[in-house]
Design a protein around this ligand. Structure first.
Ligand code: PEP
Ligand code: MG
Length: 746
């Protein structure tokens, strides 16, 4: 028989507060809490398990289980029902625990007597610190009110741990912040910076998790929300003059700030006995837990916006943390779990680097960091747990590595690297307006890759000769609905204006794989990188492609137009896409739109198959751009996003270089202009090898143009080719060793 719930969280919290007010050591307090919860919820057992480290939970207090097991019983996160609560950051309510999937019996605790179990995570801001469990002998399905009450207690325990209430009671309760740490993440933007940590989201300490009067708390909450809304409106007004992309993001923000559902959830928590700030934090923890479970990147970004708002609200309620008017300290490196675009913009360009625990190369924050050209590392796991504001930090955006509190030798070596980069920058600026010509007179065209309006000022500052690849999908990814044709036409017209007569290769929408548009039904594919993506989507969903082609034509408005289709794997796809463009051009002319003065249609060579296409493809194609990122992953059958396999295969591997050489030769035969626009084009040694293999055009990140140009200008190409050919003939797997030796000896 299911037993009825008898406790409300409010009464439980009141009793808990009295217990917490008593003096006593950490262990004593934990013991009191377990007694109190067991009594109030009329269960035989209440236990607190705390995280010892990332992998292990330790039984730290219990009422009802064998006291001898305290600080002895341990389990892995994910192991047994308790471990599963920690792993999933979600409650488990098992009426018949021993027969519930995942149950694991711990004999030393004496828990064989108990049949029902309810466990909730003890979490703070999405980080699971432990698990709070109640167990009973009688089969009992705990009611929603019980779950809620236990969650509220868990939340209070989480706050106490943060306050250091239990420190000193065992290793499971301490957190060191002194050791040197190396974080291996991913690179989102190259460069190196040395500075001090500025924690974006410093741990806000809540001293009053339990409140007496819900009306006062609701009043405080609503006052703070009103202020928050005013702040968001101010931000929105300030962004009016800014980019459309930024404005759209801010509008989404405003929508959340005005959401009634959000406010009612907060008020419900206050009714259960929490203070206003504790209610916000409880909701924020739930958002963060959801964030880690949502696979859809767009939804994750939206949840992150909500998290961002909760942070602001907490700051307003507690008066802690940074406020927008605080000056950014000198050499600040911003460290965050993740960050919203609005918050990043608030820091302004004064920050010297950005390190995130999460984040992605396509996120809003990355886009802004790229525009600011600051080094950025993503996926620096657990850095916000280790770093404290003011710690010395070294960010290596090239390697995707971060050193926290590094020792003197590492700092010394890093300083040398930063100094070298600064010196190199001066060198690159000096050659910005000079051609990329080798010592023996071979000239190479260097263009830049772009995708956002924010990228375009780099066209002038980098000395690029045009935009070799304009990734149009980034604009689609930033929106929450399909953009209108007129919006796109306006945007592309602005690209034309900013490019000031220099050529721009507009690549049609390259979605699919990791680039998922929330408003286009995603396909559930086992292997999206080899699935329905890019031109495959374009040809199957012609209306979207047609709309984009019309926008290009209207934006060109009589100027030359260069379009390239991504991920062409066979001739037919190119032929069909080109025919569609022809049809759209005729229609547009009929509608009275001004025709482009010239139309060039290219294909991206990103699958090995296209290199072996019929001759007619090369004759029909106006230009080819080698998408080396994809080409390399399919050439080696090694996922470009899987660091483990990606790093195995060197771009300077003889097989890959020979393949590039053959593509260059085949294009040469048909006089089809060919360039390389994958990331490798921006690496000086790789770029030199591509030129040695016969390529004469490269397109890269703007910041790479200087280093690549410098490499080409200092090198005799004929001699480099001899070194490469000799290495190829020697049976070496990669020419890198021989080439580096030669370059270093020069
Ligand atoms: C490539 O694959 O090399 C390329 C430039 O396209 P993307 O990186 O956008 O897939
Ligand atoms: Mg590609």
């Amino acid at each position: 028989m299911a037993k009825k719930s008898g406790v409300t969280s409010r009464t439980l919290l009141q009793r808990l507060r009295d217990t917490l007010a008593e003096d006593g050591a950490g262990q004593e307090r934990l013991d009191h809490i377990t007694q109190l919860v067991a009594q109030s919820m009329e269960t035989e057992v209440c236990s607190i398990y705390l995280r010892r480290d990332r992998q292990t939970l330790e039984l730290c207090a219990t009422e009802g289980l064998n006291p001898e097991a305290v600080h002895q019983t341990r389990m892995r996160v994910g192991e047994g029902l308790v471990g599963r609560v920690a792993k999933q950051a979600a409650p488990i309510n098992a009426e018949d625990a021993p027969n519930t999937k995942g149950f694991r019996y711990m004999p030393e605790t004496g828990e064989e007597l108990f049949s029902s179990l309810l466990g909730v995570p003890i979490q703070r801001l999405g980080e699971v610190l432990g698990v709070l469990v109640v167990q009973s002998k009688e089969p009992r399905k705990y009611a929603d009110d019980d779950i809620y009450a236990l969650e509220v207690v868990a939340m209070v325990i989480a706050e106490m741990k943060e306050l250091g209430a239990f420190t000193g009671e065992g290793e499971a309760m301490t957190a060191p912040h002194q050791r040197a740490h190396l974080f291996k993440g991913g690179s989102a933007q190259e460069g190196a910076a040395i500075g001090v940590v500025l924690l974006h989201d410093p741990k806000i300490v809540i001293t009053n998790p339990i409140a007496d009067d819900p009306d006062i708390e609701k009043f405080r909450l609503n006052e703070a929300i009103d202020l928050l809304r005013l702040n968001v409106d101010d931000l929105l007004n300030a962004s009016k003059s800014a980019d459309k992309e930024q404005q759209e993001v801010m509008e989404a923000y405003r929508m959340f700030a005005n959401s009634r559902g959000w406010v009612s959830r907060l008020e419900a928590s206050i009714d259960s006995g929490l203070s206003a700030e504790a209610a916000v934090e409880k909701e924020q923890s739930a958002t963060r837990a959801r964030m880690s479970r949502v696979p859809d990147p767009y939804l994750r970004e939206r949840l992150h916006d909500l998290d961002d708002l909760s942070n602001r609200l907490l700051r307003l309620l507690t008066g802690q943390g940074r406020s927008a008017s605080d000056a950014v300290p000198e050499n600040a490196i911003l460290v965050a779990s993740n960050i919203g675009p609005a918050e990043l913009l608030e820091y302004g360009k004064n920050i010297k680097g950005l390190v995130l625990e999460h984040g992605s190369v396509g996120s809003h924050a990355t886009i802004i960091a790229r525009a600011w050209a600051i080094p950025m590392v993503i996926h620096a796991e657990n850095i916000t747990r280790e770093a404290l504001t003011g710690d010395e930090i070294l960010v290596d955006g090239d390697q995707g590595v971060v050193h926290l509190r590094a020792d003197e030798t590492v700092v010394g070596a890093f300083k040398d690297k930063v100094a070298m980069l600064t010196e190199a920058q001066k060198k690159y600026i000096a050659i910005r307006d000079l051609p990329a010509v080798t010592q023996d007179g071979v000239q190479v065209g260097l263009q830049m890759n772009a995708g956002l309006m924010a990228d375009l000022p780099s066209l002038e500052s980098s000395g690029a000769e045009g935009v070799g690849l304009f990734r149009t999908e980034l604009q689609f990814l930033l929106r929450n609905s399909m953009p209108k044709r007129s919006d796109l036409a306006n945007l592309y017209a602005r690209v034309y204006k900013a490019s000031n007569g220099l050529p721009v290769n507009f690549r049609t929408l390259d979605i699919g794989s990791d680039k998922v548009l929330p408003y286009l039904q995603p396909e559930d594919e086992p292997n999206p990188a080899m699935g329905w993506r890019a031109i495959r989507v374009g040809l199957d969903k012609k209306s979207v492609m047609q709309m984009q082609l019309q926008a290009f034509i209207r934006a060109a408005n009589g100027r030359p137009l260069r379009i390239m289709f991504p991920f062409v794997a066979q001739f037919d796809e190119f032929r069909d896409a080109k025919a569609l463009l022809g049809k759209v051009l005729r229609n547009e002319e009929r509608l009275g739109h001004v025709m482009p003065s010239d139309v060039k249609v290219g294909a991206m060579l990103e699958t090995p198959s296209l290199a072996f296409a019929p001759d007619q493809f090369f004759e029909m194609c106006d230009f080819i751009s080698i998408g080396g990122n994809d080409l390399k992953q399919f050439f080696y059958a090694a996922d470009r996003e899987n660091e483990r396999v990606r790093r195995r295969y060197d771009t300077l591997n003889v097989s890959f270089l020979t393949f590039i050489e053959q593509i260059a030769a085949r294009c040469d035969l048909f006089e089809t202009p060919v360039s390389f626009c994958g990331e490798d084009a921006g690496r000086p040694v790789e770029a030199l090898c591509f030129v040695a293999m016969g390529l004469r055009n490269l397109s890269m990140r703007p910041a790479s143009i200087g280093p690549v140009k410098h490499m080409l200008r200092r090198t005799n190409l004929e001699e480099a080719r001899d070194v490469i050919n000799e290495a190829r003939a020697s049976g070496e797997q990669s020419v890198r060793g021989a080439l580096m030796k030669w370059l270093n000896g020069q």
